[in-house]
Ligand binder design. Structure first.
Ligand code: XMP
Length: 527
């Protein structure tokens, strides 16, 4: 496998001019099977070029090129013989650097706009119609293209809406090809990457796995590795990848805190192990968590207790693994973390250690248990992690698992957590999950917490008698990133089926209610 390219070799650099578009552009480039990396516009030109980029894309941004302090483009980026594609602000920055004219014409355009393509056989527009809808967001417009640029599209507010120079391999569009409202946006981007820059499109799940496996082998050598498996997508795929790379040098620890949903612990302990061959240590800590949570109703206190107990249990298990590895003469040197690319970008760059986000990512270990981190997913977006997981044979139930909080069902019981209440919630949750899956709604719904209002009882009637049971709340939400969310409009007949089944099959529950609150003001979880 010596000819496998190193993953970060010759990336397409996406220069971030300060709007939220750069990450989206980077994802679209990956969708064209080309590796991409986001860099800040403050990065010096020689630093960018030192990365030997295969191409450079200049993103949109909120500024006007006239504003004082507006980010500018060092012409050296355009003179280096590297193919460059400017979009929106990046397009205008390119015009300024090349000596064209950007003017405040008073003809700003915002939203879907018809564009006329004057050459449908050009590098960018080959194979597309001469009229297409593009997504605009600009106040200033380019009125005069730089010397040597051929104008290939225009709109009513932007006489120079696209230009191309095949000799210098410089291209630009005034619009945002990365957003879905630009109907041929992805085609324009692919034309730049594959035709303009002549790239191969070999960033596929299969190649990514090969390259990552090679990389993990290089990093780890013959040392031992530890991983805390949570049952979530990221830690599972990271573990499967490291297992593929170094086999039994990896030991995974799964802390069964008893707060997972029905069947999830078994999926980790059995299905995941069968599929990947991972060496797994299971710690049954269910009793320990229950006694630590006894008598506690306050949500924050519950979270703290769960976090604290998790660290205690994991620490002990880690000590056992480390101790026996040392006795065998192979000390444990590395800890696997399922850090993803958005965390890396948001915490400020491509190198160094990303922030550890929450307790199940194992922060807070004592000094004598400090490891170097292996973060095999740190260049990947979530959808790529799923593809890599499928490529590695990780079970689909895990690969497509919806987000689930580290403290688990502990924060979905409003009131004290007890074994009996956990059983009630698990039964109700399993019915809701099965029915939502059967209705084909898994990919539409970001996640659907089912919440037991354990301290609430209401009167009901069932058969001949009155009941005095608990309500459960269904909280299906749609979201992009969990920062904001809307309640999902689940069809009434699906809701009816869930409600009927839960009240029939879970004797302690006599009411099912639907949460119709967006976030904000409501959070996704109830605690
Ligand atoms: P909220 O309830 O804040 O949730 O709208 C946003 C997202 O975060 C998840 N969540 C957690 N994840 N530890 C975690 O690992 C936690 O303590 C925690 N609390 C909430 C939640 O499921 C949703 O996806």
């Amino acid at each position: 496998m010596s000819d496998t390219p190193h993953l970060s070799d010759r990336p397409v650099l996406v220069v971030d001019f300060g709007a939220q578009y750069a990450q989206l552009i980077a994802r679209r480039v990956r969708e064209a099977n080309v590796f991409s990396e986001v860099v800040p516009s403050t990065m010096a030109a020689d630093e960018m070029l030192a990365k030997e980029p295969a191409a450079i894309i200049l993103s949109g941004g909120p500024s006007s090129v006239y504003e004082e302090g507006a980010p500018s483009l060092d012409p050296a980026v355009l003179d280096a013989g590297v193919p460059v594609f400017g979009m929106c602000y990046g397009f205008q920055a390119m015009v300024q650097a090349l000596g064209g004219t950007v003017e405040r014409t008073g003809l700003g355009e915002y939203g879907s706009t018809p564009a006329q393509v004057s050459d449908t056989s050009s590098t960018l527009f080959n194979g597309q119609p001469s009229e297409q809808s593009v997504w605009m967001s600009h106040g200033d417009a380019v009125t005069e293209a730089p010397d040597g640029m051929r104008v290939t599209a225009s709109t009513s507010g932007a006489p120079v809406a696209a230009f191309e120079d095949d000799e210098r391999r410089l291209y630009g569009v005034q619009w945002h090809p990365e957003v879905m409202h630009s109907t041929f946006g992805q085609r324009v981007l692919e034309n730049f990457l594959l035709r303009g820059a002549g790239l191969d499109g070999d960033w596929t799940a299969h190649n990514v796995v090969e390259a990552l496996v090679e990389q993990v082998r290089e990093t780890v050598g013959d040392k031992r590795v530890l991983c805390a498996l949570s049952g979530g997508v990221d830690s599972s795929v990271a573990a499967a990848l490291v297992q593929r790379a170094v086999g039994d040098q990896l030991t995974c620890v799964f802390v069964d805190h008893g707060l997972l949903r029905s069947g999830e612990a078994e999926q980790v302990e059995k299905d995941f192990v069968d599929a990947t061959g991972v060496d797994l240590v299971v710690v049954d800590a269910r009793e320990q968590f229950l006694s630590a949570l006894a008598g506690v109703s306050d949500p924050e206190t519950k979270r703290k207790i769960i976090g604290r107990e998790f660290i205690r249990v994991f620490e002990q298990a880690a000590r056992d693994v480390v101790g026996s590895a040392e006795r065998e003469g192979h000390p444990v040197e590395f800890l696997v973390q399922g850090t993803l690319y958005p965390d890396v970008v948001e915490s400020g760059g491509g190198t160094g250690t990303a922030n550890i986000k929450s307790h199940h990512n194992v922060g807070g270990l004592p000094d004598d248990l400090q490891f170097k981190l292996v973060e095999p997913l740190r260049l990947l977006f979530k959808d790529e992690v799923r593809q890599v997981g499928l490529e590695l044979g990780v079970p689909e139930e895990i690969v497509w698992r919806q987000p689930f909080p580290g403290p688990g069902l502990g924060i979905r019981i409003v009131g004290e957590v007890t074994a009996e209440r956990l059983d009630i919630l698990r039964a109700a949750d399993q019915i809701a999950r099965r029915e939502l899956s059967a209705a084909g709604l898994d990919r539409e719904i970001w996640q659907c917490p089912v919440v037991l209002l354990a301290d609430v009882r209401s009167v009901g009637v069932q058969g001949d008698g009155r009941t005095y049971g608990h309500p459960v709340v269904l909280r299906p939400v749609s979201s992009e990133d969990a920062m904001t969310a809307d309640w999902t409009r689940v069809p009434y007949d699906v809701l009816a089926k869930i409600s009927t089944r839960i009240t029939n099959e879970v004797p302690e529950v006599n009411r099912v209610v639907l949460d119709v609150t967006s976030k904000p003001p409501g959070t996704i979880e109830w605690e």
